[in-house]
Write a protein that binds this ligand. Structure first.
Ligand SMILES: [Zn+2]
Length: 263
């Protein structure tokens, strides 16, 4: 057993008995970790905002390899992001990023770039223009899938590596564009507009915080349909983002119509 320190973002918590909590964190150096925070319910001040979803903290814990739960020793909040998010829309989009992590990522294998991507995404959810939030979320979905080993292939047929079809046929199951020959045998492929294909390429390769600058909201919905089918094919536990369903129930505000996640 070793005592270790790293940075982590709280994804979710639940009660453990009358006095403690279990908190799921994505950490920079130790991947996904579940912590027992003893006394967190009896003395909320002990861990403060660190156990609020979206908070980023420096955490100290006793690492026992191959254990499902680790004992949290202390947590110092670096950024209580959730408490800074005033709008329900921003909160829903930031929560969607946490939800996706919880669905798609497993195990202790560290991916520092995934931690940095999550941090950049939820921080951008707090400050980007509201209309940019759908594109930002799709960029996060695509880049998260890439880090987990499922980068959509756009440069050649995802099935046979031949030149891609001029009809821009994307197969969620094969994970990329297809050639004409493979597309003829793949009924589930989707014809993309030139703008949507360019959008996917940019969302994959550019910083997430800039996503709204090159993908408009209306184009984002076309891209979303493809990306969500792609995620469903490759990540069994992904069933769509429930955090965003709350947006459909919000009253219409000047900006909100365009950013409502489609059913
Ligand atoms: Zn092919």
């Amino acid at each position: 057993m070793a005592i270790v320190t790293t940075e982590g973002i709280c994804l979710k918590t639940h009660a453990l008995g009358d006095t403690s909590r279990i908190a799921t964190f994505y950490t920079r150096d130790f991947g996904l970790q579940k912590f027992v925070a003893k006394g967190a319910r009896r003395t909320p001040s002990r861990f403060g905002f660190a156990l609020e979803p979206l908070s980023r903290s420096r955490v100290v814990f006793y690492l026992k390899p191959d254990r499902d739960l680790q004992l949290l020793s202390r947590a110092d909040v670096l950024d209580p992001l959730g408490s800074r998010l005033a709008s329900l829309q921003r909160l829903a989009y930031a929560q969607a990023a946490l939800e996706l992590m919880d669905r798609v990522v497993w195990g202790e294998e560290p991916h520092a770039e995934l931690f940095d991507l999550l941090r950049a995404t939820i921080e951008a959810d707090a400050v980007a223009p509201i209309a940019a939030l759908p594109a930002l979320t799709i960029a996060f979905e695509l880049q998260l899938a890439s880090i987990m080993g499922y980068r959509p292939r756009l440069d050649a047929c995802a099935n046979c590596s031949a030149a891609v079809s001029a009809r821009r046929l994307f197969s969620p199951a094969r994970g990329g564009l297809l050639c004409d020959r493979c597309a003829a045998q793949e009924p589930g492929s989707i014809a993309l507009s030139a703008d949507a294909l360019a959008g996917i390429a940019l969302l994959l390769s550019r910083p997430v915080a800039e996503a709204g600058e090159y993908v408009e909201v209306r184009r984002a919905w076309e891209i979303l349909r493809v990306v969500e089918q792609f995620l469903r094919h490759h990540f069994q536990r992904f069933q769509g983002l429930r955090s965003l369903e709350v947006l459909r129930a919000l009253p219409d505000e000047p900006e909100s119509q365009e950013t409502k996640w489609p059913a």
